[in-house]
Design a binder for this molecule. Structure first.
Ligand code: THU
Length: 131
């Protein structure tokens, strides 16, 4: 699975985006260590704060199916079918991804790729609560 192929799956997943309030469609494609890909889209709500991002949709789908080991996630965001502009994951999604993914998780965007540690260099985790 190439980064380009994973990004294409994210674009395809954005096709299911339920984003009637923002008009901004997001798709995510999460590559598990076993080669399976879990996709997700953003799902908005009339009570705006209940909106769920595409990345968390994909991650929760995977975890709920017993998968917890991941290699990469591609994220495509845009409107009117244009996904060429970089759509970085929000801080909340980075935090949720960091619960299950190590520093080396590859994050594929429209114009390049990063490691989780590039976008979330310091994180709150289980160890943060230990004295
Ligand atoms: N959104 C995502 O799906 N992922 C992100 O990382 C950032 C934002 C969605 C939430 C909302 O439906 C829309 O983009 C505009 O914020």
């Amino acid at each position: 699975m190439t980064n380009g192929e994973l990004f294409s799956m994210a674009v395809e997943a954005a096709g299911n985006s339920y984003s009637k309030y923002s008009g901004f469609s997001v798709g995510a494609a999460l590559l598990a260590a076993d080669g399976r890909v879990f996709t997700g889209c953003n799902i908005e709500n009339s009570s705006y704060s209940l909106t769920v991002c595409a990345e968390r949709t994909a991650l929760f789908k995977a975890v709920s199916e017993g998968v917890r080991d991941f290699r990469a996630i591609a994220i495509a965001g845009g409107s009117n079918g244009n996904f060429s502009k970089q759509c970085a994951p929000c801080g909340a999604c980075l935090q949720v991804l960091s619960e299950f993914c190590g520093d080396d998780l590859v994050i594929v965007l429209s114009n390049g790729w990063f490691r989780l540690s590039d976008l979330l260099p310091i994180r709150f985790g289980e160890g943060s609560m230990k004295c």
